[in-house]
Design a protein around this ligand. Structure first.
Ligand SMILES: [Zn+2]
Ligand SMILES: [Zn+2]
Length: 304
């Protein structure tokens, strides 16, 4: 049951961030329209997507994400709709020049091109993005990848919302997403639960990873690195700032990666897990100064 729309959650989180840290206003004003447009498109596409077959337990047990080898052609129209709505907002946020934006819009007006790129993204086929960037004269190639991912995100989110049985608490134990195979952008500790008739509030604190592309959440080992799975205490470290101890950096000195983490037992209302990242850049800067690399590069954590 959906209790709050994705758009309402993003709006609430952006408001909270600017109230808490006025210095973040410039960033929320630059990226807010993009976060809102993605959430609104995900809301609009929910319940309109073709249903996926039920997940095959043996494939999941073997670590094969749900959308690997899936035919995304039935999502072609939704991808086109998402591209048409998001490209103008993306062009603004990324300050693309008009000619480049026009060439990309012409390429994305054909659903075959979008379906091909979406499948390439899920298969990890970076070559296809390099070739298309060269063909369209878009530099750097990472720009086309970011544009594409932002356009795919609401479509994939809508597909997930139609799953009969969510994969959030399945037996999946990989550090990549059970739906689309992407790495996580943030992790969280689950909120306290109201239990039984006596309405006792307690528990929670289970660790989940949040997919950087499709937004799927999945359970993960509490004491393991979200990049390499390292669970040795002596090579892992957690940093917090004194004021917001529920927002943390989980660092792994074995692989040199870090992942942001938020303890949902300590924050009410719960933030949108994508929008909140724009307000955690001070933690990214701290981690990068310590020589660590994010598990997943995003527009916000890799900006100079
Ligand atoms: Zn995913
Ligand atoms: Zn690691």
């Amino acid at each position: 049951m959906r209790t709050q729309s994705a758009l309402a959650r993003v709006n609430d989180t952006l408001t909270l961030l600017t109230e808490r840290t006025p210095a973040y206003r410039e960033l929320t004003e630059r990226f807010g329209p993009l976060l809102r447009a993605v959430a609104q498109m995900a809301d609009e596409l929910a319940d309109t997507m073709p249903k996926l077959p039920a997940p095959d337990p043996s494939r999941l047990a073997a670590g094969v994400s749900l959308l690997v080898d899936a035919d995304l052609a039935p999502c072609g129209e939704a991808l086109k709709r998402s591209a048409a709505a998001l490209l103008p907002v993306l062009a603004d946020a990324l300050r693309l020049n008009g000619e480049t934006a026009d060439r990309i819009a012409a390429h994305f007006a054909a659903s075959d091109n979008l379906v091909g790129l979406a499948q390439a993204r899920i298969e990890g086929n970076a070559k296809r993005f390099e070739n298309t960037s060269a063909e369209l004269g878009v530099q750097p190639a990472a720009t086309l990848l970011f544009l594409s991912e932002t356009i795919f995100a609401p479509v994939l989110r809508a597909i997930i919302s139609g799953l009969d049985k969510p994969l959030t608490d399945s037996d999946w134990d990989q550090a990549y997403c059970p739906v689309c195979g992407s790495s996580p952008s943030i992790s969280y500790l689950s909120p306290k639960e109201v239990t039984g008739l006596d309405q006792l509030v307690g528990g929670g604190g289970k660790k989940y990873l949040h997919c950087s592309l499709c937004g799927q959440n999945w359970r993960y080992k509490r004491n393991a690195c979200a990049a390499c799975g390292n669970d040795e205490n002596q090579s892992r470290e957690v940093f917090t700032s004194d004021k917001t101890r529920f927002e943390r950096v989980e660092a792994c000195h074995k692989c040199g990666h870090y992942c942001l983490s938020i303890d949902l037992r300590e924050c009410e209302p719960h933030p949108d897990l994508d929008a909140i990242q724009v307000g955690l850049i001070h933690l990214d800067i701290f981690a990068r100064k310590s020589g660590l690399v994010p598990v997943t590069a995003t527009l916000w954590n890799s900006a100079e």
